[in-house]
Design a protein around this ligand. Structure first.
Ligand SMILES: [Zn+2]
Length: 277
C-alpha cells in the first residue's frame, strides 16, 4: 500500500508544475497530479463530491454546471482532498457560493480553490488599478475562468482600492469582507438600507440591476458621520435568492476624514512630555 500523498498548498502545487499564467491552470491535470481523478456526471442534491481511498480519490462534478463552476468545484474538492482526507463529502451549491467566512471545512475548501485558480501573484497585477465594479469582475472571470462570487471576493481583498463585498438575502447581510486599506470603523449594517440597490433587487424581482450607482454611505455603513459621504454600489443577483454587492469608496474623503479624526484623538490622548503646566 502506498503512503497517503502529502497535502500540498496551492502555491507549492503551481510551482512544482511550473504554472505561471491563468490559461495554464488546468484543474483536471492538477488534480490528477495529486492523485484525484475528476469525472463529470449528472448529480442531484449536490454540485460536487469526493470519495477517497488511500492515495487515490475520485471527484465527481455536476456535468450540467457552467465551465467556471465546474472548475471551481474541482478546486474546492481538491481542497477537501488536501485537508479532509478519510471523509466522503458531497458539496452543495450554497456551500460552494456562501461558505467563505465561517471557520469550517467548506471555507477552507473554497479558499483553497480561490488560491489555486486565482493565485495572488497572477491576480494582483491584472486587477491592479481596476475599478471595483462587476464589469471588472466579469473580465477577471473570463481571464481566470472562475465564479463571480469568488472573483469579487478576490478583487476586494487584492485590488487596489478601498472596498467591500457584501452578500445579502431578502432580510439581512449574510457575510461581507473588506479590503485591508478600509478602516475597521466602517462596518455594514446587519439589515439592508431601503435606498440601496440591493434592497430594490430583493424587493422587486423584475428590477434590472442598474450598474454602479452612487448611494449615501449611511445606507450601508453604521458610522455616526456616514450620511456626509457617498459610496459607489454595484449590486447583482446571484444564485439561491442572494444579492451580491460591491461597495467602492471611489471618493476617498470619508477615509481621509476618519484618518484625520484618529490622528487628532491620538494626539489628544498623548500629552507632550513638555506639557507640565
Ligand atoms: Zn465542500
Amino acid at each position: 500500500m502506498s503512503p497517503l500523498p502529502r497535502p500540498i498548498s496551492p502555491a507549492q502545487l503551481l510551482e512544482e508544475l511550473g504554472i505561471d499564467s491563468p490559461a495554464d491552470i488546468d484543474i483536471e491535470a492538477i488534480a490528477q497530479y495529486c492523485g484525484a481523478t475528476i469525472v463529470y456526471a449528472p448529480l442531484t442534491g449536490c454540485e460536487a463530491r469526493i470519495i477517497g481511498y488511500h492515495d487515490r480519490a475520485i471527484i465527481t462534478i455536476h456535468s450540467a454546471a457552467s465551465f467556471s463552476r465546474r472548475r471551481f468545484s474541482g478546486g474546492h474538492e481538491l481542497g477537501h482532498w488536501m485537508h479532509d482526507r478519510g471523509k466522503a463529502l458531497a458539496c452543495s451549491d450554497i456551500q460552494l457560493t456562501s461558505e467563505w467566512f465561517t471557520d469550517n471545512p467548506e471555507k477552507r475548501a473554497n479558499r483553497y480553490a480561490a488560491d489555486l485558480l486565482m493565485p495572488v501573484f497572477m491576480f494582483k497585477p491584472i486587477a491592479d488599478n481596476r475599478p471595483i465594479i462587476f464589469s471588472t469582475v466579469d473580465e477577471l472571470t473570463t481571464t481566470f475562468q472562475t465564479s463571480i462570487t469568488a472573483t469579487a471576493i478576490r478583487l476586494v481583498e487584492h485590488g487596489a482600492f478601498p472596498s467591500m463585498v457584501i452578500c445579502s438575502d431578502a432580510r439581512r447581510r449574510k457575510w461581507f469582507t473588506r479590503s485591508e486599506i478600509l478602516p475597521e470603523a466602517l462596518r455594514p449594517h446587519e439589515v439592508l438600507g431601503r435606498d440601496t440597490v440591493a434592497f430594490e433587487l430583493h424587493r422587486n424581482q423584475m428590477a434590472i440591476p442598474p450598474g454602479p450607482t452612487e448611494v449615501n454611505a449611511a445606507q450601508w455603513i453604521s458610522h455616526p458621520k456616514a450620511s456626509l459621504y457617498t459610496v459607489k454600489e454595484d449590486s447583482i443577483r446571484v444564485s439561491s435568492g442572494l444579492v451580491l454587492t460591491l461597495l467602492w469608496w471611489q471618493d476617498e474623503q470619508q477615509l481621509l476624514d476618519l484618518m484625520n479624526e484618529q490622528e487628532e484623538e491620538d494626539s489628544e490622548e498623548e500629552p507632550s512630555p513638555y506639557d507640565f503646566d
